[in-house]
Structure formats: C-alpha cells, structure tokens
Design a protein. Structure first.
Length: 451
C-alpha cells in the first residue's frame, strides 16, 4: 500500500497510534508507536530503537553482545503490506518492521532480514514457499498469582467449544478483519486448549501472520477477562502447545508444487526428499531455533505428540517431520511437510529461516534421508537397540543441549550471520541461567505470561 493511502485509512478510522512491531531474539513481540500526526514521516524515516534491544534476555536483562549496547540505534522500517487496524483496539494499528542500520542497510541482527535472506537464496534456486504455522493455545483465567485452565474440556469436545464460543467468535472476526483466512477449529487435548488454524501464505507473510495471530488471540481473550497463552507447556500435567510448521516449495510463479511427484510411493519429489534429508541432518541445532525457551523442553517429550525423536514418517504425529496425507482432489496443491518440534515461544522469522536453511542445505548437497529413520508407527514402542541400530536419537532434552547443538552447526549459524547468531546464542544461555536457578512454578508462570 502507498504511504498516503495508509495515512488516509488510519485517519479515516480514527486511529491515534500506529505500533511499529518487531519480534526479538526471545520470541517476544515488542513495539514502539507513533502518534498519527507523525505517521507520514515515520513511514519513511522509521522509529529509532537502541541496538541493546536485540541483546535483551526474556526477563529484560541486558547482555553483553558486540554491537548491541547503550550506544547505537537501529531503525524500525515498517513493511507497508502489514498495515492493519486492530479490531480489538480500533484506535490503534500495527505494522511489522524490518530493522535497518543508520546507513540504511539491512541490520545483520534483524530476524525478519534473516528469513528474507533465506527466501532470496531459495528464489535464486527457483523456489518459493507456502507456509502455514499451526499454533495451539490455552485459554486461562487468573486465580491469585496463578493461571488456571478456563475449563475442563476434552479433546475435540463440543462442551469446550461452547465454553469458549464468544472468545473464538471474536478471534475469528478479528482475524478475518485483518485479512487472515481461517481453516479449521477444534478444542485440543488439554483442558481449555484450542487450535484454530489459519490459511497458508507465502513464507514471509505466514511469519507475519503468526505474530498478528498471537497478538489477536491474546488481546481478544484479555477483553473477555481471560488470558490466552501460547507457552510451550503451561501446565505440566496437560498437553503442550505446539506450533507445527507446514511448508511446501513452489516454482517462481507459484503454480506448481515442487514437493509433489505422482509417481513416487509417498507422492514426494526428489526435492522434497532432499529437504527432509537436510532437516533431519540439522535437527538438533534447528530445535534451538524452533523450541528456544526453557519451557519448550517440558513439551518435547515422548508420548505427547510433540515429538521427541529424530525420525520422519507418513502421518506420524510422534515424528519430527510428518508427511501429511493429501487432500482428495487437490493432491498436488496439498503436498507439504510438517515440522513438529516447534512452538510459539520461537521467533517465527528465525524458526522458519532455520527450517528453510536446513532444507536448502539438503538440496545443495543432495542429501537423501536415511530410510532407517522413517518410522510409520509410534517410535516410543521401538526398543533402545532398535532406535540405536536405526540411528534414531532423542531430540535435545534441554535448552543447553539444544544451544550447544546450534553452536556446533556452522550451516545454521552461518546462514543466520555472526551478529544474529551471537546475540541469539547469548539470549538462550541467559534464559537457562535465570530459569535453572528458579523453581518450575516461576518458569511456568513467566512463560504463560510472556507468550
Ligand atoms: N499438542 C501437541 C504438540 O505439542 C500436538 C497435538 C496435535 O497433533 O495436534 O505439538
Ligand atoms: Mg493440534
């Protein structure tokens, strides 16, 4: 949209503030707002932010990272395609931003810039992506200091739908008003847990949509006196909140799904197999990008469909990569891969950028997946000897284990670039330092509140 059109729409709607949002290394959505009177000039000159914000831990403790301290600024430059007036706060609008340096170049530490670089690389290889992020969330209420599930609903239960009807109706309306299409809705396994899936979109847009989605669900719930949480494991005894990433590679015109091959037993092309091969090879380090919080590792456990092993399989919900069955009548279009060890405490640009970087490495090096890691049953039923002989390992079981794996993965850190990788790793380490010194209750309460 043209700048003057954005200003006109905002003024016509009575908007007072336009929030320039970014997502930090801890997956936290942050922003600064301009008053409507300054919008026109801010659209081109941006809003300045201290570089320290990218070195800020999840509890707002500033870390020492080169190039990120009290001196120096980056500028938030909004992507005009993301302008949306907020249905739950109609006097405010939001725009998602790129971070650029004072010499007007992309800032190396910008997560959105990382995803854009991966997409440019893919495009040079003739590939574009369609992506759907599939977040789950709990609806909770606050009792004293504690958050508790808002009801005791069961998986797919009609009772849970009834209880949450008003909130879910408003969430749907708000998403539609922001141009986000809805796919499906059901109550999930946990008490008060919901899954409302949205339509796939080009990769960058899908990551943007995920942030708009998180904002929408939390704000709408709040207006109903409830708290929605996307934390990976808000209640240790209940199911975790995943944010599975569905993706497929298309040709430049977006007409042919290049993951599809009708002649293959699994309807997958060689390109899709190379993607699987790359992702399987980089899984341990990749998990640090897609499951980045202390709370993420309460979720990643066997027997809870959140995945715990380095395996892939057809419609296998315990596998790190699921090959979903196809829609009858639209086989080509519906071919996709589902990356399951991912949650909404991740920064969607970093998570998706990492998945694409790993997949492209598979394409460049023509890595074929290890057939032994294909599992079309519950991997938790395999014996230790079977797992070992087939090269199937546990995914990282703690934040430090995942962080170390990322540190050792030069392909992933190289794709991120030094500044983003260094700051990201530093934030992961401080997260561990802080939460490992506290009890589970502190960790859970803080994650419910932040995500
Ligand atoms: N809640 C599960 C997870 O943590 C996923 C359940 C499902 O298959 O939708 O990923
Ligand atoms: Mg689900």
């Amino acid at each position: 949209m043209e700048h003057n059109e954005i200003v006109r729409q905002a003024k016509d709607a009575g908007v007072k503030l336009v929030s320039f949002f970014w997502c930090d290394n801890g997956g936290i959505i942050r922003g600064k707002s301009t008053h409507i009177s300054g919008l026109e000039s801010r659209l081109s000159s941006g809003i300045g932010v201290t570089t320290a914000m990218q070195a800020m831990g999840d509890m707002d403790q500033l870390q020492i990272v080169e190039g990120m301290g009290p001196a120096g600024e980056f500028r938030l430059i909004p992507d005009t395609d993301t302008f949306t007036i907020l249905p739950y706060a109609p006097k405010r609008a939001l725009m998602l931003c790129d971070s650029i340096t004072m010499s007007r170049r992309p800032w190396e530490a910008c997560p959105r810039g990382f995803l854009k670089r991966m997409l440019d690389k893919a495009e040079a290889m003739g590939l574009t992506f369609q992506v759907a992020m599939e977040p789950e969330w709990y609806l909770t209420r606050k009792e004293g200091d504690d958050f508790v599930p808002c009801d005791e609903s069961l998986d797919n239960s009609s009772v849970g739908m009834t209880f949450a009807q008003d909130v879910v109706d408003d969430v749907i309306e708000a998403l539609e008003a922001q141009g986000i299409g809805i796919e499906q809705y059901h109550t999930e396994l946990g008490h008060g847990q919901h899954e409302l899936s949205i339509r796939h979109a080009p990769a960058l847009r899908a990551a943007d949509n995920h942030l708009i989605y998180r904002e929408t669900v939390r704000n709408v719930a709040y207006r109903h006196g409830l708290f929605a949480s996307f934390a990976p494991k808000p209640f240790p005894e209940q199911a975790g909140n995943g944010c599975h990433i569905h993706f497929s590679a298309w040709d430049k015109d977006g007409e042919t799904n290049l993951f599809f091959d009708a002649n293959d037993e699994q309807n997958l092309s060689e390109l899709a197999y190379h993607f699987i091969g790359g992702i399987m090879e980089h899984l341990p380090g990749l998990v640090a990008l897609t499951c980045p919080s202390m709370n993420s590792y309460r979720r990643l456990s066997p027997g809870s469909w959140s995945t715990a092993f380095t395996c892939y399989g057809a419609d296998n919900r315990e596998a790190a990569l699921r090959i979903p069955s196809l829609f009858w009548g639209s086989e080509m279009a519906s071919t996709n891969l589902e990356f399951r060890p991912a949650d909404s405490s991740s920064n969607p640009y970093i998570a998706l950028g990492g998945v694409i970087a790993a997949g492209l490495d598979g394409v460049e090096r023509k890595i074929m997946p290890n057939e032994e890691q294909r599992v079309d049953m519950d991997p938790t039923l395999l014996t230790q000897e079977e797992l070992e002989s087939r090269g199937i390992r546990r995914l990282p079981q703690s934040l430090p284990e995942a962080t170390r794996a990322l540190e050792e993965d030069a392909t992933l850190t190289g794709a991120m670039g030094k500044m983003l990788a260094d700051s990201y790793l530093t934030i992961r380490r401080v997260d561990w330092e802080i939460f490992s010194q506290q009890d589970a209750e502190f960790e859970i309460r803080n994650h419910i509140y932040k995500y």
